[in-house]
Design a protein around this ligand. Structure first.
Ligand code: HGA
Length: 621
């Protein structure tokens, strides 16, 4: 998703802006740009290529300055093209006495302005000329139209007209040493330096520049100058805006520019990091106690008797897996909702619900909005399973389980998913214990199985050569079906999602019992059917479903457990997992599905780490 970097300094900030963009590249983008205040004018460079090319452009064109903003764009409004790339300049109505061409206001934006049509019509009527199809350009013109010598004031007044979500960074030709930032619904941090200050979508963009970070809150506007900054917050219930102090935190952000090492792609590296990621996520856990989720967890858990999980994409599948665990092990009713649906539908709230949000980045716009919606309905017992301890989601929830997957660069989530599952299993055990459904012996057995996970994952990763052989078959297909039952139905969903995301093969997952209610009509000899077949209570039922596929000529690709008696045969391909993993089986069974998607995508030559049309932290609705 879009990334923002901005700076006011006493040195040329272009290298810092470019470096910041490079650190945000992993989020996914289709174009990029930078603008500076130079020689009394606004100057910019924009490209639909990589940030590396932008870097060459600014070097060739001699773009430099003490003040500037930069952006990686993931298009929501208007095609990916140079004229739609940010920064946008205001062009308009005679304000530009100095240079009609360059404009007066430069602005970058992350988010979506929902009333952009209305604002555009109004601004056009007042003489503003638009050069892009973006919703962003209206904000540049709007700020220009309200500018009366004080950019901070103009931005404060402009945001009062905006509906939707935004993080913006703005500077003005007529105030050379000032950048203004504002946020509502999209992330933005302030980096405090010595004699210089910065803005960024994520503290990671400022790694090595400053570790002094202020997390701006919803509705904040910040004024950055060389040696000072201040922030105003929106007033409650229509009260006027007022100055606020926000805590400055020392944040040791990783640069994110992790080395690939021996791997071809970040996704492959991240698949192979799972033993380490799970080990780190579970490190130091000696016993099951509410405090694993933060102070006050015991009280929260005592006050709930159902669970509502809110998440999107892959995280929703870890949530679905957790639902099976929560109901069977902790005996607590659990429901999973896609965040973007929940936030807009009428539902029946119950204050004795534990709201569990799951998000890798902690900045997922839909999940944050769903959390706020749940709270507005009176459900204030909130917990997140999240990979970024400094994220908005962790700050917003009462309780948190921070997974220690480390920075995930590949857009298709892998290690974030399995570490979420580990965190959710711990939550299950904790609720089971607090509700009297976990004996000391069961606790010890589960902990032993969890400690075994890194070793078990290593053994599963060793299956890679067998999966590569299957991937060669899959590379020529355009459709695939994935089947699972019970706990492994969400794993089938995740396997299908991985395949479609990165190889662009149309893949669908079904609970295997549903096959005869429709999808069986699709099965022919050209249809590979991937089956997740652990040796659990549903195995015999699953075997019948597999017969139904074979009887129609479908090609079965079965991931079976060590002790599952399913043999390879004509039209039945079997990869045998080294062991049977009991309740933790989903964490192991998803790994060969990740590898299958990865190697199929490689065989098809797609851009594995940056699949088309997709982005990492999904900070827009
Ligand atoms: N709506 C803007 C910004 C999009 C965005 O924030 N993506 O993550 C545009 O389309 O340019």
């Amino acid at each position: 998703m879009c990334g923002i970097v901005g700076a006011v300094s006493q040195r040329n900030i272009v290298p810092i802006l470019i470096q910041g963009l490079q650190r945000l590249e992993y989020r996914g983008y289709d174009s990029c740009g930078v603008a500076v205040h130079q020689g009394g004018e606004l100057r910019r460079a924009r490209s639909t290529s990589r940030v590396a090319e932008l870097n060459e452009m600014v070097a060739v064109d001699g773009v430099e300055g003490l003040v500037g903003i930069a952006h990686t764009r993931w298009a929501t409004h208007g095609v990916p093209a140079v004229h739609n790339a940010h920064p946008h300049f205001s062009h308009g109505t005679g304000h530009e006495a100095k240079s009609a061409k360059a404009g007066r206001i430069a602005l970058v934006h992350n988010g979506i302005i929902e009333n952009h049509d209305e604002l555009r019509a109004d601004l056009k009527a007042r003489g503003y000329a638009f050069t892009s199809q973006t919703d962003t350009e209206v904000i540049a013109h709007l700020v220009d139209s309200l500018y009366d010598g004080d950019l901070f004031d103009a931005v404060e007044r402009a945001i009062a007209h905006l509906k939707g979500a935004y993080a913006i960074a703005v500077f003005c030709r007529d105030e050379p040493l000032r950048v203004i930032g504002a946020r509502e619904g999209s992330p933005l941090v302030l980096g405090v330096g010595v004699g210089e200050n910065f803005l960024a979508s994520d503290a990671m963009a400022l790694a090595g520049v400053t570790d002094q970070i202020v997390y701006l809150e919803e509705g904040d506007v910040v004024d950055l100058q060389q040696g000072k900054y201040w922030i105003t917050a929106k007033g409650e219930d229509g009260a006027a805006r007022s100055r606020v102090e926000r805590p400055v935190k020392t944040v040791h952000a990783h640069s994110g520019a992790a080395e690939l090492g021996p791997y071809r792609h970040y996704m492959q590296k991240e698949i192979f990091e799972q033993p380490r990621a799970i080990g780190d996520t579970l490190e130091g856990i000696e016993g099951i106690t509410p405090e694993l989720f933060g102070d006050g967890a015991a009280e929260v858990f005592a006050n709930v008797d159902k669970v509502l999980i809110l998440a999107c994409g892959t995280s929703s599948y870890s949530g679905m897996t957790a639902k099976y665990w929560l109901e069977s092990i902790a005996k607590i009713p659990a429901q999973v909702e896609i965040a973007s649906e929940y936030r807009y539908r009428d539902s029946v709230p119950d204050p004795r619900t534990l709201i569990v949000t799951i998000t890798q980045s902690g900045e997922t716009a839909d999940t944050l909005a769903a959390l706020k919606h749940a709270r507005s309905l009176g459900m204030t017992n909130t917990l997140t399973v999240c990979n970024v301890s400094t994220s908005a989601m962790v700050r917003e929830c009462k309780l948190a389980y921070i997974t220690r997957a480390g920075a995930e660069i590949g857009v298709a989530s892998t290690k974030a998913f399995t570490t979420q599952l580990a965190g959710l299993f711990l939550l299950t055990l904790t609720l089971a214990k607090t509700r009297g459904h976990l004996s000391a012996e069961q606790e010890a057995d589960h902990l032993k199985a969890m400690r075994h996970l890194p070793v078990a994952l290593q053994a599963v990763l060793a299956l890679e050569p067998q999966v590569i052989a299957w991937a060669e078959d899959f590379a020529s297909k355009e459709n695939a079906l994935f089947l699972g039952r019970g706990l492994h139905y969400p794993i089938a969903l995740e396997g299908a999602l991985k395949l479609k995301e990165i190889s662009y093969i149309h893949a669908e997952a079904y609970p295997a019992g549903e096959l005869k209610h429709g999808p069986l009509a699709l099965v022919t000899s050209a249809m590979p059917v991937v089956t997740v077949a652990p040796n659990d209570a549903l195995l015999e039922k699953l075997k019948s479903n597999m017969q139904e596929v074979r009887a129609r000529g479908g090609q079965l690709y079965v991931f079976a457990d060590g002790d599952t008696r399913i043999e390879s045969d004509s039209g039945v391909h079997v990869i045998r997992m080294p062991e049977h993993y009991g309740a933790l089986s989903p964490i192991l069974h998803v790994v060969p599905l990740q590898l299958l998607a990865y190697h199929t995508a490689c065989a098809r030559g797609t851009d594995v780490d940056k699949p088309r049309n997709l982005a990492k932290s999904v900070t827009v609705e």
